[in-house]
Design a protein. Structure first.
Length: 270
């Protein structure tokens, strides 16, 4: 029986930032990071500031090279930005003089896609993220949460297989962030994309994910892998459930005591 390659495969990934002052001042951001992510899976990476989470995402986005180890999408090594990957950052980075529709269409111009087809796709995506009717608005006319929805629609315009997200809701207030997490779960289930999320929030990681990888402080390593055992249907009040609390406690312990964390499940099963 043959199996298709993982959507995202990382093996022995190590990234060192070299200093002009010499090797003594070089910084190792990632050390021997390995993970395998299946097509359509939602995974999160959780860890303290400076642990290399963003470096890992930038490598997967094809924005950072010169690393040791392997990073591949569907078995193809990453050599730079890939059409298979879309990225949404913490700052929506919308162009203030362009309408919401034209902001979503920006990748079509950069990638020289068919504009008529891209315009139809943009309308579909704005409806998917709950912004139908806002096509002609300017970014300053939208709330922070709405601007992040535009960012997600823009990242999905060229129909990537993978959506990388770097703290996309980190600047939002708690209530808006919870509502955006609810929306992101809905968008993920409807679009069937593979989602890779970077976050500092334990509740966010538990609520959104099927699996959570915990990283320790620099040099960044994966010290724990937690499979999230919650129903696919996740109303916000599931955060008050005992099972949710158990997962949150497990992740908190792994963050606070990385040296004592259980080895990743994938390694235990090997």
């Amino acid at each position: 029986m043959t199996t298709s390659p993982a959507m995202i495969l990382v093996e022995g990934l190590t990234k060192t930032y070299r200093s002009a002052a010499g090797a003594a001042e070089s910084v190792t951001a990632l050390a021997d990071v390995s993970m395998s992510i299946a097509a359509g899976e939602f995974v999160s990476v959780l860890g303290p500031s400076g642990c290399g989470k963003t470096t890992l995402l930038r490598i997967l986005a094809g924005l950072a090279g010169d690393y040791q180890g392997r990073a591949a999408v569907r078995g193809t090594p990453l050599r730079g930005p890939s059409r298979s990957v879309g990225v949404a950052f913490q700052d929506a980075n919308l162009l203030p003089w362009r309408s919401i529709l034209d902001n979503v269409l920006l990748p079509a111009q950069v990638l020289r896609l068919d504009m008529a087809a891209s315009r139809r796709r943009a309308h579909e995506l704005l409806e998917l993220v709950g912004l139908k009717g806002f096509e002609r608005k300017l970014p300053h006319e939208l709330s922070g949460g709405m601007r992040q929805r535009v960012s997600i629609a823009r990242a999905l315009l060229h129909d990537p297989e993978i959506l990388l997200m770097n703290e996309p809701f980190g600047a939002l207030d708690a209530i808006t962030r919870d509502n955006m997490n609810l929306e992101l779960r809905r968008i993920w289930r409807q679009s069937a994309k593979t989602v890779f999320l970077i976050t500092h929030s334990i509740p966010e990681a538990v609520y959104l994910s099927q699996r959570v990888f915990v990283m320790c402080s620099r040099p960044g390593r994966i010290v724990r892998e937690v499979a999230i055992d919650l129903p696919d249907e996740r109303p916000l009040d599931i955060m008050a459930s005992p099972r949710f609390g158990d997962h949150a406690g497990e992740l908190r312990h792994a963050l606070d005591h990385p040296a004592a964390a259980v080895r990743p499940a994938a390694l235990e099963a090997a």
